[in-house]
Design a protein around this ligand. Structure first.
Ligand SMILES: Nc1ncnc2c1ncn2[C@@H]1O[C@H](COP(=O)(O)OP(=O)(O)O)[C@@H](O)[C@H]1O
Ligand SMILES: [Mg+2]
Length: 300
């Protein structure tokens, strides 16, 4: 049988716990891993030579820079889980809302606000959701997520976001759903871990120094997770939900989850990831083929 080889993208100064666990468990499973450090300077030619016999890659890094490596590998005709396209689906909160809407997935009602503050004010008046959540379309760890109880407060927050960022990044206004954040880690649509993120106040972000509890999933929620995985194309992800009564609202999908909610389960999740990756060696997905066509300029 042909040896299974997988390239692993990571961005650390040296191999840390996660990378070591990947290596240890891959060895047990008879998979050869080639580690590629995206924080070291590798020029494209050297990279191309280094990876010429590898078809499948897994990106463990959520760093912005790593996605540029993903694009480079894709341009060499390689398949990366998760793809650069999936990365933007996960990163762009407006795009995520549109995808949910289109596919009948319940998500908080959302409006894209105009970059002209006078028009944005009118849009907020029309939206008429108080309190309202304001967020930049791109952001992590809740840095650009705020709640406003009035129009004046909303205007202040929008101006603050614009001042803080280097440019006027697009802002969305979102219906407020009072709920803790329910995180599901999923691999190829299968729920592999659950965790309730109970923050201080309404915003629950960050995984450090917190205590997490698990929660039960029923078949409806598991079916929803499968659907979100399918429509976003993100194979290894952390999906955040909000819950009101028995209604689950999809809030966001994070690609490259860190697997660090429960330290004692990290290795198990890494094994699940490796098992999934092993099934994918030698397969070119429909989406990958499309990316290849796009890169080669075969589609407009
Ligand atoms: N519409 C909303 N209703 C209630 N809480 C929200 C809403 N949007 C975000 N939050 C809270 O803020 C946190 C961060 O928002 P999120 O959209 O996940 O941004 P980030 O990508 O910065 O984590 C969420 O985990 C949740 O606790
Ligand atoms: Mg979040």
């Amino acid at each position: 049988m042909k040896e299974k080889v997988i390239g692993i993208l990571f961005s650390e100064n040296h191999l840390k716990t996660v990378e070591k666990l990947f290596l240890k468990n891959a060895k047990k499973k008879g998979i050869r891993l080639v580690m590629i450090n995206t924080s070291k300077d590798i020029d494209e030619r050297t990279l191309e030579k280094k990876i010429c016999d590898i078809e499948l890659f897994y990106n463990t890094s959520a760093e912005d820079f790593a996605v540029e490596y993903v694009k480079t590998l894709e341009s060499f005709g390689k398949r990366v889980i998760d793809s650069s396209r999936a990365y933007y689906t996960a990163e762009d909160k407006w795009l995520f809302f549109l995808i949910c809407k289109k596919n009948g997935i319940l998500t908080p009602e959302t409006r894209l606000l105009c970059e002209n503050i006078i028009i944005a004010r009118n849009e907020l008046k029309k939206f008429n959701q108080w309190p309202v959540i304001l967020k930049r379309v791109c952001g992590t760890m809740g840095e650009f997520v705020e709640r406003a109880d009035s129009l004046a407060e909303a205007e202040e927050i929008i101006k603050k976001f614009w001042k803080k960022g280097s440019e006027r990044a697009p802002i969305i206004a979102q219906e407020f759903i009072e709920s803790p954040s329910y995180r599901i880690t999923a691999i190829d649509g299968k729920v592999v871990q659950t965790a309730i993120k109970n923050g201080h106040g309404w915003k629950s972000t960050g995984v450090y120094g917190n205590h997490f509890e698990k929660f039960d999933t029923n078949w409806k929620l598991r079916r929803l997770v499968k659907k979100i995985t399918r429509v976003t194309g993100i194979k290894v992800c952390g999906i955040d939900f909000l819950k009101n009564g028995d209604k689950w609202y999809a809030l966001e999908v994070n690609a490259e989850p860190a697997f660090d909610f429960f330290e004692e389960e990290r290795e198990k999740l890494i094994c699940e990831t490796l098992d999934y990756l092993a099934t994918q060696t030698g397969i070119k997905s429909k989406e990958e083929n499309e990316i290849q066509k796009f890169i080669k300029g075969k589609v407009a």
